[in-house]
Design a protein. Structure first.
Ligand SMILES: Nc1nc(=O)c2c([nH]1)NC[C@@H]1CN(c3ccc(C(=O)N[C@@H](CCC(=O)O)C(=O)O)cc3)CN21
Ligand SMILES: CC(C)C(=O)C(=O)O
Ligand SMILES: [Mg+2]
Length: 275
């Protein structure tokens, strides 16, 4: 079943839940696609989980294009969304449209995602007008870490809750096909989800969102630099990897690997001539 921005909007109308996971490479993308996940996000969380930065600030357009193109070669049915990295869309609407276009042309993304609500309304509209679908992202917007002063739950006070609702309405009005709600109280995410006609994709925003997204290394237990409350380990792949690495180390050192079945044959006579 092919997922598109159109089937995304239809899913909300039908009350069907949507799934999204991140991926940053070809092999992982193939597995996510094969599992029937609706969409892949090439997130700028790449900076944390692949490149080892403490945040997403230093991620470049070249990083995003490189990884998005790799993911695109591994998918058949998933909708491919690529994050716009920090400072690829904030300085001007012109930058935003040009860079969104690069993610689509060079990265082969089907849609782009950018952070911000009311303040990004014109930017989102301009990208959508260039026939590039946009997913919004409001609540905790990690590219604003230095303005926020840390990763914290958003929308808790009366003014902040009203701001989140205003942000959601602005993103919808600008023509986005969906919006990510990150780290907001569940009851507020429910209110936003009822208010707008486009699907809400939650991460730390409770079960009443229209869909959910997680970073795949988080949900597989492969990333341990930090563990937000919203992360559930659906498997302990990090532990499985460590065990396999240790088994390989032990077998090589014990002379058990490689065994005969892992080696290639040659006629003994040819080797004899080498003496
Ligand atoms: N591996 C990974 N997973 C992510 O979900 C993720 C990234 N990287 N990188 C980009 C952003 C950063 N994100 C984060 C990072 C930390 C928290 C966090 O520690 N949150 C606290 C909030 C505490 C509070 O205000 O009560 C938590 O305990 O959940 C949340 C989201 C989400 N994104
Ligand atoms: C956590 C998700 C929503 C994201 O923006 C990312 O992976 O970069
Ligand atoms: Mg991101």
């Amino acid at each position: 079943m092919k997922n598109t921005v159109v089937t995304f909007k239809e899913a909300k109308a039908k009350g069907e839940k949507l799934t999204m996971l991140t991926a940053y490479d070809y092999s992982t993308a193939k597995l996510v696609d094969g599992a029937g996940i609706n969409s892949i996000l090439v997130g700028d969380s790449l900076g944390n989980v692949v490149l080892g930065y403490p945040d997403t600030i230093s991620v470049t357009m070249e990083d995003m294009i490189h990884h998005c193109a790799a993911v695109s070669r591994g998918i058949k049915d998933t909708l491919l969304i690529c994050d716009m990295p920090f400072m690829s869309y904030q300085a001007s609407v012109y930058d935003a449209v040009v860079n969104a276009g690069r993610l689509m042309k060079e990265g082969r993304a089907h849609a782009v995602k950018l952070e911000g609500g009311v303040e990004m309304e014109e930017t989102i509209r301009a990208i959508v007008n260039a026939s590039i679908p946009v997913c919004g992202h409001i609540g905790l917007t990690p590219q604003s870490i230095n303005a926020f002063g840390g990763f914290k739950v958003q929308g808790k006070g009366e003014a902040a809750a009203q701001k989140l609702l205003d942000d959601a309405r602005a993103v919808e009005r600008a023509g986005a096909f969906a919006v990510v709600l990150e780290c907001v109280p569940a009851a507020l995410a429910k209110r936003v989800t009822e208010e707008i006609s486009i699907p809400t994709i939650g991460i730390g925003a409770g079960a009443d969102c229209d869909g959910q997204v997680l970073v795949y290394q988080d949900m597989l237990g492969m990333f341990t630099d930090f563990k937000p409350k919203f992360v559930k380990h659906f498997a302990n792949v990090g532990q499985i990897m460590t065990e396999a690495f240790k088994a390989y180390d032990a077998e090589v050192k014990a002379g058990e690997f490689p065994a005969a079945e892992h080696t290639y044959k040659i006629d003994d006579s040819i080797i004899e001539k080498l003496y």
